[in-house]
Ligand binder design. Structure first.
Ligand SMILES: NC(=O)c1ccc[n+]([C@@H]2O[C@H](COP(=O)([O-])OP(=O)(O)OC[C@H]3O[C@@H](n4cnc5c(N)ncnc54)[C@H](O)[C@@H]3O)[C@@H](O)[C@H]2O)c1
Length: 315
């Protein structure tokens, strides 16, 4: 029996839940939200979908006892309207998410959860780290979707430019799921070639493609004030890799000792979480960008914590 929980049934959580149910990816699905009416309504709506689906999924709502034997918990709680800032800074949500994550982590610990934790909640790398510290789960059992989404955006931009399916583009965006991420072009391959070589042949403006991938989230957010399909698909892909012991190589937020933080770097993901960490042959310039991104995550966390503590002391 496969059992998944989704904590936070907003735009992202509800889309994750629907994809899990419609894909028949889990036998049991435990749904949680502080907004009882919303999560109950979603469960009813999903139940109504099931009569026309080839799969049955057992649904529960806000039942903490379900957490004990969940294989995977997906954290999608948040308040995404806080990210409505000119620079689409994911840290804008931290003042809210930093207060909620400890409550959820305590619930997980109190109910004996010992499975895999997938974080979507922003700021993704920092929240993933918080979950790991607060739950005491092994570092390789706690992951963030990280740049799995940003890499998909980059692959889509490159695919569009070359008129090929994004699945035919391989390669990674690395670092923070945020503005300090970058595309490691040395890892990107398409049409049997390194994109760095193809770029000259086909007149590709890689800097422009990279910026479009980085701004991809903002472009979607600008139109509807949230993003859901891209990230939910990334979260479910990661969940499925965990459930099925797929041992798939994917760029997720995982703890890298040499950078002293969670950040996105490809890892092999299977039943035991992050089962192997890759070591890419990055160029010196890419290495430098990764270090800068790692330092940004660490510095920003320190600053935001100090700011939040000062604000709490004032109140
Ligand atoms: N990592 C990524 O790539 C990525 C992409 C898109 C969105 N996100 C993040 O995902 C999160 C969810 O986004 P959204 O658009 O669905 O937000 P949303 O504001 O639509 O919904 C958040 C939901 O979380 C619930 N919630 C809040 N605190 C909770 C708690 N303690 N326990 C249970 N539920 C709780 C709220 O009631 C709400 O229903 C945000 O942090 C957002 O920034 C991440």
């Amino acid at each position: 029996m496969r059992k998944v929980a989704v904590v936070g049934m907003g735009h992202v959580g509800a889309t994750v839940a629907h994809y899990l149910v419609s894909g028949g990816f889990t036998d049991e699905l435990a749904l949680y939200d502080t907004n009882q009416a919303k999560v109950e309504a979603d469960a009813l709506d999903l139940r109504d979908a099931m009569a026309n689906l080839p799969f049955h999924t057992v649904l529960t709502v806000n039942d903490d006892s379900q957490l004990r034997d969940c294989d995977v918990v997906v954290s999608a709680l948040g308040k995404s309207k806080l990210v409505d800032t000119p620079d689409h800074d994911r840290f804008a949500e931290f003042k809210f998410t930093r207060t909620q994550v400890p409550l959820v982590a305590k619930k997980l610990v109190d109910n004996g959860f010992h499975g895999m934790l997938v974080d979507v909640t922003n700021p993704c790398d920092v929240i993933t780290s918080m979950y790991q510290k607060l739950t005491g789960l092994p570092k390789n059992h706690v992951m963030g979707t990280g740049t799995l989404l940003d890499s998909a955006r980059m692959r889509a931009c490159v695919g569009d430019a070359l008129h090929v399916d994004s699945r035919s583009v391989v390669g990674f965006n690395l670092g923070e799921h945020g503005n300090s991420q970058f595309t490691a072009w040395s890892t990107v391959r398409v049409l049997g070639k390194r994109v760095l070589d193809l770029a000259k042949e086909r007149n590709l403006d890689l800097a422009d493609l990279e910026e479009r991938a980085r701004q991809g989230g903002y472009m979607v957010y600008k139109g509807k004030k949230y993003t859901n399909y891209g990230v939910a698909t990334a979260a479910v892909r990661l969940t499925n890799a965990l459930l099925s012991d797929a041992r798939t190589e994917m760029p997720v937020s995982n703890y890298r000792e040499e950078y002293g933080t969670y950040l996105s770097y490809p890892a092999v993901v299977g039943r035991d979480g992050v089962m192997e960490q890759l070591h890419l042959d990055l160029t010196p310039a890419e290495e430098e960008k990764l270090r800068t991104s790692a330092n940004y995550i660490k510095d920003r966390l320190k600053k935001e914590e100090a700011r939040s503590l000062a604000a709490e002391a004032e109140n």
